[in-house]
Write a protein that binds this ligand. Structure first.
Ligand code: HEM
Length: 127
């Protein structure tokens, strides 16, 4: 049969739960919370849109915000290697919480590792 696109494998509902579980951890993380807004509802809404298209679903992020230009959109924030690691730890724990496992999780997580490392824009500051 036709191979499932990753977005159809995870489904909108689990993706939404994943993003909520992720930002719950971000908001409590001492290395991440200080660079994020206090109210993460708009951030989570955009991340749901972004990950939908990242996983091959409809391009709803770009339809509302234009080309992602992710690295440029992160320029205002000091993304140190430490913070990239913290981001990935929050994501891994969120994946545990919504029971993502197996090859799907592995492939998705490995893509996020590459994207997170690409966001690093500050190699100096110690937080
Ligand atoms: C926005 C931090 C990695 C996707 C943001 C914002 C911060 C941030 C502070 C702004 C939040 C706001 O003003 O609402 C970080 C840090 C990362 C990281 C510390 C560690 C490497 C990633 C990765 C992705 C991603 C790997 C994608 C897989 C996004 C998206 C937005 C965003 C889609 C919203 C952009 C917009 O305003 O339209 N991030 N981020 N980020 N981040 Fe990250």
């Amino acid at each position: 049969g036709k191979p499932l696109i990753p977005y159809d494998q995870i489904g909108a509902e689990t993706l939404s739960k994943l993003v909520d579980a992720f930002y719950q951890r971000v908001s409590a993380h001492p290395k991440l919370a200080p660079i994020f807004p206090n109210d993460l509802s708009e951030t989570a809404r955009k991340q749901k849109q972004f990950l939908t298209q990242y996983l091959g679903g409809p391009n709803i992020y770009s339809a509302e915000h234009g080309h992602p230009r992710l690295k440029a959109r992160h320029h205002p924030f000091p993304i140190t290697p430490d913070r990239a690691q913290a981001w990935l730890e929050c994501m891994s724990e969120a994946m545990d919480e919504v029971n993502l496992s197996g090859q799907f999780r592995e492939t998705f997580y490995n893509r996020l590792v590459l994207t997170a490392h690409h966001m690093v824009n500050d190699y100096d500051s110690e937080e």
